[in-house]
Ligand binder design. Structure first.
Ligand SMILES: Cc1cc2nc3c(=O)[nH]c(=O)nc-3n(C[C@H](O)[C@H](O)[C@H](O)COP(=O)(O)O)c2cc1C
Length: 197
């Protein structure tokens, strides 16, 4: 079983990655043999979607950069973790460019109101993670809902979501036992979903 985490923060000692690492460590401990990998989207060149519609009848984006490498990791994964800090009420631009380019992962064979995803029926599952500085949930804006809607549109069921409010300094979330517990719980949930029935 393989769990791939896509991380939208470039702070490698930041809050988002601490949550992701706690989650993955718990999943590994709960599911012997599970393999995990972390992709920092900022380490990849992901150009902006141009809306060219070159992916209209193909699962592949026509832009030649590092985006296909990320898709090939998703292809191999049984579970995803989509994790982003809040930047101006939504996901970081690294995460947003990745999401926009993933327009290539859906197609509209019948009408513009109905789409199918490359991953429909794949059985892949997902955990979403959002972090923000303010304590007022409205300041998180669409970060978590966007990640949840995106995963659902890709046909990947969201089995847990983690919301970390009130964290600004890199690493401050380490001292937030409620959030770390949520991360561990999500790790166990993933293991349960991926484990033998
Ligand atoms: C460009 C930028 C925009 C931000 N916008 C928001 C925001 O709209 N709401 C909020 O509560 N925090 C905002 N923050 C704070 C971050 O979400 C917060 O510091 C978070 O802990 C960063 O996660 P990281 O440590 O994983 O990078 C912003 C930070 C930056 C750098």
């Amino acid at each position: 079983m393989r769990i791939t985490a896509l991380v939208g923060s470039r702070r490698k000692n930041g809050n988002t990655i601490i949550i992701v690492k706690n989650l993955l460590k718990t999943a590994e401990a709960s599911l012997p043999g599970a393999e995990t990998e972390i992709l920092y989207l900022g380490d990849y060149t992901i150009e902006a979607c141009t809306g060219c519609e070159g992916c209209r009848t193909s699962w592949d984006c026509v832009i030649q950069d590092d985006y296909p490498a990320i898709v090939s990791s998703i292809d191999k994964a049984d579970a995803l973790v989509l994790a982003s800090p809040t930047y101006w009420y939504t996901v970081s631009s690294d995460m947003k460019r990745f999401i926009d380019r993933s327009y290539s992962l859906i197609q509209y064979p019948v009408s513009r109101h109905e789409w199918i995803s490359k991953y429909s029926g794949s059985g892949k599952v997902c955990v979403t993670v959002a972090v923000c500085e303010q304590h007022d949930e409205s300041m998180m804006g669409s970060t978590l809902t966007l990640l949840n809607d995106f995963s659902r549109d890709l046909g990947i069921e969201v089995v847990a979501s983690i919301k970390a409010l009130g964290h600004f300094e890199a690493g401050s979330v380490k001292g937030d036992s409620a959030v770390i517990d949520q991360a561990k719980q999500a790790g166990r949930k993933l293991a349960e979903k991926l484990g033998p029935v």
